[in-house]
Design a protein. Structure first.
Length: 315
């Protein structure tokens, strides 16, 4: 499959004034008003569509990303855009860069119903995949049969149900969630997990998910910008050898995973997007491409990786 057809644009970095991606603030306009961020979002979406990308990923907590996307779809009239969204986090930053808290997590039936209603209000039938946002092994969702029953009804309305994962126990979460059934039918048939050369630990579980027919999406493929601004030596050397950016090289590793159906990009400007998309045309590292592979031997301990991620500043 053409790698552009496997690409999704995530709007986490452009739907709100602050986020934790490194290298984001430097490419955004000085004005981070709602109007200003809507313009940025639409510019990124326009460039992605022009380059052949047809998948867009949003979430209820990405500030006004769902609204910005709805405006763009209504204005451009593209009928072939595939939209996924997520519920579970709420945006509470008050459109301030210096907010003390930017989002609040709650995996409850009430939040699901509230956010699903709002998503449908904004995006109508454009959403074909709805996901639990940032599922972890300690989520109350696993024992909430009423919530799981509600989720299990979505496929009957033509909406696939999935979940995203975070934290050092992603593999455990993936395997446990995909085993959940309601009335003999799997609740979840899609998973979106962090995978990049610094944090490839979910690889085996994602390969298993792919083998059983689940849609596998890779997120945070540039480690929230760390692989761009401070790439490890072997990755930087490969980028220099190929005459391209470290982002393209890191993304080529993601595209080369045979069990990855979709690779998400989180560009904050059209230029960043162009740089990222160079990775779609590159070969991946010669590491065997298996689920256990550690491209360039730079993987960090998952606990250390996630502690460092949680320490990144929102700005």
């Amino acid at each position: 499959m053409n790698n552009l057809a496997r690409t999704a644009i995530g709007l986490a970095a452009v739907g709100r004034p602050a986020y934790l991606n490194l290298g984001r603030a430097e490419v955004l306009p000085d004005e981070r008003s709602v109007r200003g961020m809507r313009r940025v979002t639409h510019a990124v979406l326009d460039r992605a569509y022009a380059r052949g990308v047809r998948r867009v990923d949003v979430a209820a907590s990405y500030g006004r990303a769902e609204e910005f996307l709805a405006d763009w779809l209504a204005d451009r009239g593209h009928p072939d855009v595939v939209v996924s969204s997520k519920w579970g986090y709420a945006y509470v930053g008050g459109w301030r860069v210096d907010a003390e808290v930017h989002e609040s997590k709650e995996h409850s039936r009430t939040r699901f119903r509230t956010q699903w209603d709002r998503t449908r209000e904004l995006l109508g039938g454009a959403v074909s995949l709805y996901q639990v946002h940032s599922l972890t092994p300690d989520s109350p969702l696993f024992d909430d049969r009423a919530l799981l029953s509600d989720l299990a009804e979505l496929p009957d309305r033509g909406v696939r149900v999935g979940f995203s994962t975070s934290g050092p126990r992603q593999a455990e979460t993936i395997r446990r969630a995909l085993a959940i059934e309601v009335d003999g039918r799997a609740v979840f048939t899609a998973v979106q997990s962090t995978w990049n050369p610094l944090e490839p630990s979910a690889g085996p579980a994602l390969a298993e998910a792919h083998a059983r027919g689940a849609l596998v999406q890779l997120k945070e493929t540039l480690a929230n910008g760390r692989l761009v601004l401070d790439p490890p030596g072997p990755l930087a050397a490969e980028a220099a050898r190929l005459g391209t950016g470290p982002d393209a090289v890191a993304l080529a590793a993601a595209y080369s995973r045979p069990w990855a159906d979709v690779v998400l990009l989180g560009a904050a400007s059209p230029d960043q997007l162009e740089s990222n998309l160079a990775g779609a045309a590159l070969p991946g590292p010669a590491d065997g491409r298996g689920p256990e592979a550690d491209p360039w031997g730079v993987a960090e301990d998952p606990v250390d990786y996630w502690q460092r991620r949680s320490a990144l500043a929102w700005r």
